[in-house]
Design a binder for this molecule. Sequence first.
Ligand code: BES
Ligand code: MN
Ligand code: ZN
Length: 489
Amino acid sequence: MQISFASLELPNDGAVAFLVEKDKPFTGLAAETDASVSGALSKARDITRFTGASGQTQDIVAPAGLNVDRVLLVGIGERDKLSEVDWVEIGASITSALASSGSASVSIVADAGGVEAVSLAEGALLRSYRFDKYRTKEPEAKKPTLRQVKVLTSDPQGNVDNFASRERVSDGVFMTRDLVSEPANILHPESFAQEIRGLSSLGVDVEVLGEAEMTKLGMGALLGVGQGSAFESQLVIMRWNGAGKDDQPISFVGKGVTFDTGGISLKPGPGMEQMKWDMGGAGTVVGLMKALAGRKAKVNVVATVGLVENMPSSTAQRPGDVVTSMSGQTIEILNTDAEGRLVLADALWYTQDRFKPKFMIDLATLTGAIITSLGHEHAGLFSDSDELAEQIFKAGADTGDKVWRMPIHANYDKLIDCPTADMKNLGGPGAGSITAAQFLKRFANDVPWVHLDIAGTVWSEKDLPLSEKGGTGFGVRLLDRFVADNCEG
Ligand code: BES
Ligand code: MN
Ligand code: ZN
């Protein structure tokens, strides 16, 4: 989607979108246009009972006396009450309404300049994404037609720089959506690592460790998960140095299980296809690095993703196996389906050991239990740092990638103690997401740490305001904003 800013003039082609407040008359260019067609827009508004309530849209096609394809009335409710997220969602509702409408362009009359115009543009862009590379027989009438969005404001030039950085962040969101959408026969540990190498064109330093190197490092926890797969497990390290050479880096760590069958503790068949996006944590971390490098964030960042495939086979690990992690701590595997924490255990330990970061933020589709707790609205946030938790909470409220803090406590930690080894990879029976977080904390080595359980937010079975059914890209805008507000300059 091509997005640009232009001055406030009625276009001579494509669609035009007017933003209308609830129960208020047309204003500005909308009022002028309505007058020029003898009140035809007001009439259409009355006939269709369009009030301007938030979420309402009304399409008026081929309006006589105007050169445009159509006028789209977009309800915005009460303008004074709109948050940044609301503006983004309004922009998104416009591309959603017009995507395959037949119109090739839309001019959104934004009137107000500044943040609103940029947010409208961002939303329009985010909602334009679709993953359709494998649809070869889509009927012509369903194919998208909209290619261009112009946001009309009194100060078009004033929005260009601000939007450019949002556009780079959207590139990151789209990369994450692409990665989580790819099926596991295409995106496996080796091809995923190859995909990440592509970030080097943005100035990201990419390093890939294979099984031989990880064996030398003693990463028995991560390697155990991948040992039943025909693909070689990989640990990929990305570095973006946007600040001074000696600035201590911040760090992100992602779970990248390219397919989670459950291993020998096999998952049930129905719905198993969803486990292609069990690499969502890694996908988000990679998209975030693309965003940060793309907009040249002034911060040093290290990102580590553990890429493995969890398969049952004659070489797969068994329930009852004991593995030794890089930290030296031993783990009894009681359920091979609790594999994400094993991958993260070595990725977290490695990251703090080698890079001595200020803090580590891990992302993982770690537990089904977080969906029981929070559904699909909020990701679960676990942390031993109130400061980081609050900063990320705020970034969530500001971007719409919402998080909700969950507890950690020494009493939950006891639930993963084990007589056979230092710990077991299973807690319970209750508090499944919390005991998983307690497990990870044992590998953070007291470095300030945040764990985001994104199992409920990586993928949506229905269309959302900012994305179609499918990959959401959740977490990229969240953590980009967290970095921009707290870690740069
Ligand atoms: N990848 C799953 C968690 C998951 C479930 C993500 C549903 C997205 C949607 C994870 O590896 C897993 O299997 N967790 C188990 C843990 C249990 C065996 C302790 C779970 O949640 O059932
Ligand atoms: Mn699993
Ligand atoms: Zn998993």
